[in-house]
Design a protein around this ligand. Sequence first.
Ligand code: B3K
Ligand code: ZN
Length: 854
Amino acid sequence: PHVTRREDYTPPDWQVPEIALDFSLDAAATLVRATLHVVRDSAHDRPLVLDGGGQTPLSVKVDGVAVNDWRIENDALVVPLSGTDHVVETEVEIAPDRNTQLMGLYASGGNLCTQCEAEGFRRITFFPDRPDVLSIYKVRMTADKKRYPVLLANGDPVAQGDAPDGRHWAEWHDPYPKPCYLFALVAGDLVANTTTFTTRSGREVSLGIWVRAADLPKTAHALAALQTSMTWDEQVYGREYDLDVFNIVAVDDFNFGAMENKGLNIFNSRYILADADTATDYDFDAIAAVVAHEYFHNWSGNRVTCRDWFQLSLKEGFTVFRDQGFSADQGSAAVKRIEDVRGLRAAQFPEDAGPLAHPIRPDEYQEISNFYTATIYNKGAEVIRMIATILGPERFRAGSDLYFDRFDGTAATCEDFVASMEEASGEDLSQFRLWYSQAGTPRLTATLRQDAGGSRATLTLSQRVPVTPGQPVKQPMVLPIKLKLFGADTATTLAPERLVLLDGPSEQLVFDGVTERPILSINRGFSAPVVVETDRSADDLAFLSAHDDDPFARYEAMQQLMLDTLVQAAATGQADHKAVIAAVAHTLDDAALDPAFVAEAVLLPSDNFIGDQMALVDPEAIFRAREALRRDLGKALDVRWRAAYASTQADAFVYSPAAKGLRRLKTVALGYIAASGACDAAALAFKQFEAADNMTDRQGALGVLVAGDSAERVAALDIFYNRYSDNALVLDKWFQTQALSPRDDTLEQVQTLSRHRDFTLANPNRARALISAFAVNQRAFNAASGEGYRFVADQLIALDKLNPQTAAKLLPPLGRWRRFAEERATRMRAELERIVATPGLSKDMFEQASKSLG
Ligand code: B3K
Ligand code: ZN
């Protein structure tokens, strides 16, 4: 397979300062005429090489004259050119309605739309498909006026009119030079929810969210989030919008969340459409976060773009960090941080510990689509967060200002970003740069000892970065660790919070004035994305879970207490639940706590996360241990769960941080009531299901019912299905909830669901709703028979033929075989080998599966 290497980067041979595109749109056969002004970039005699996606040009002209000395090499169009400055025209025909990969120009729900990042533009027209070629685009589209009454592209609309044969045309012009991965067009039967936004310098921007007419009532939340994001970026980063128009279009068939095309974002409809009846609080939050994320890319990604795809985290890590800050400012920052860390641990830590581990700035790839990972995005965001922590808010802002000003209009590198931060702050980040080159989650060991008889304590910190594929030797990194000491007797502060930058293999810190037994609070706020190992006792963790004034550290202490209990139980079969029960009771009794925080704090770690702590994962033992603790918590605290449940009943639905917190706690309490085995649990859940005036309560109750075995379970699944059978996004929840069920028969249920008439692999949301959800269901997926592995492999082999990018994204769970004992490992490997041996396998899947075999 062809491997692209970071160190092989060379600047482009030819620049394309301008391009004019003329589309004659039709779902079956679209004609694309491209006129490129090309300029030789330096003194070389190489021909013009334009990337392609398998098309053959219908014609090629140079400076207005048809030529035939071109050739196709590896899908690229090679055109010999004599001078330094030419106009090259090509014509191709493409078939959007046969584009099942959803890359390039494709059809979704009767409309036409595009997705170009990373390398989809070449499937539309011949072009140097690399992010360091920046061009000014003029786009003309002609299409049937009835089928495609709305014609949108990047930038500002300049003209439109009627054409013969019931067709019409529109022209758009984007004045900002951009790489081709940011190109977009949409043609469809759409309506918009519109408003205007006035930027702080007085530019009036028309905002529009385009959807099919029936969905218009579900666009208010996304539009409000867009306005809030625009204000936030002005206030927090000093960044203003730069065109007269900002459009967002929602489409049903989309490979990921959304795309930040200049002035014309295209979204998976699940990140736009919301109302109380169909979207959960989680959905509402995710919509605001994704709308903000794509909007923020206008600066971190579009105005300053990436030199090459190895720099992907330059825009993605930074933009995730920005959207996390935005979301934290809209509600509870503490709960947002807990959610983000939970997500990092669920998706990124396993990636960093497995066969697909890579640094946030990778050194090589076979298929760049495989590198839109939790590492690039979420660990990338943690790396930016550490820079912000080390610099502090003022110096960080000075660094981001310098970065945006200096690199505006250019294609930059991660190094450019770090150097800007260094220059603006005066901080030396040389060793910190290891975060960009070394993969693997560092492990930090912390041991606190009170000196015998004295009033001092010594804290020993040491770090180790684990070996990852291709990186056998690691250097110590810079770990910014926030820590604090509490006194066990007085529950007061013994040593105030301080930020320690651990940059060597180990270090000792001495604390004076330690007159009582000290308790260590460490990695407060999750200041570094590391695994912390301490020898803190259950008592100390219980103390912190009750008294720590850092909400994340408080949550973390409870999680650690739960984990220690569960890992012990799973490994030995011996369980002592007393400490966890007491700590959870204490948290439920603390009236000063935010219910949203309480709901997070009392949730047990997932099966997967428990498994991640063990030398080898025993899915059945983990499941039994966790269920036993859930049951004991449910029984022992029955009165408290019922009180919490009663206290969280609300009047009519409101979407506010406080109301969300109550709804979250309500369903968490319901889950524990059900876990206790209470005989009224199914009735209670069904009542919540029936009475709900919002999807959060309804899906929450459905999840509780689906986990059990009752007449209400069957009834609720039916009612839910019938009520929402024409709403694809809600039907996804119906599939997903069943795939996540802890029941014994989930594997068979999921196999049956894969033959359901509403199941299709052609729609990525539906495929993910069933298959990704099933693959995170640790017990069901890892059924000892190996049937779970076989099922997923069968689905992926089928999906790969339609949509390699989405199929390859679902492969990593099969690569976790090293984490399991012989029997399961052998079965997983057999499925990976079957995938690798599949004739016609995509390079996306080949890279993921062959690396996973390792
Ligand atoms: N930049 C896009 C992701 C593109 C994924 C291509 N495989 C959305 C985002 O991160 O904002
Ligand atoms: Zn992004």
